[in-house]
Design a protein around this ligand. Sequence first.
Ligand code: IDP
Ligand code: MG
Length: 136
Amino acid sequence: MSQRTLVLLKPDTVRRGLMGEVLGRYEAKGLTVVAMDLRRIDPAQADRHYSEHVDRDFYPPLRDFVTSGPLVAMVLEGDEAVEVVRMLNGATDGRQAQPGTIRGDLSVSNRENLVHGSDSAESAEHEISLWFPDLA
Ligand code: IDP
Ligand code: MG
């Protein structure tokens, strides 16, 4: 069943010149880009996006990182897109992520791990409304 998910190419992806490499993996898999925008976010938007993590020890440096430069926000669509994107992204810690995944091939960091993908259909709906309020 077709589904939408919110994906971020975090500032490290933009800074390292990996936007094409990473977007190409989602496209090659067969997902469709429904919306896409290069933008720089403020700390308040970081807090809204990571509301479940704001009290964690790792959050202050994470907020600094995600507000440190432009990122690409996008909505991808396809069959089981939430799960498919999470599989392509790989485990959170790039050092542990399987080769063949975006993080496993391209990141050696637990924080600067290149991408975000919604973790459930409910999160996807919430995050899409947060990042693309005009999307139907
Ligand atoms: P996810 O991005 O794989 O869903 P989450 O646990 O939701 O992982 O964490 C959100 C983001 O916070 C991660 O992608 C990563 O950038 C950062 N993060 C998570 N855990 C740590 C940590 O232990 N140290 C530093 N950064 C972390
Ligand atoms: Mg998460």
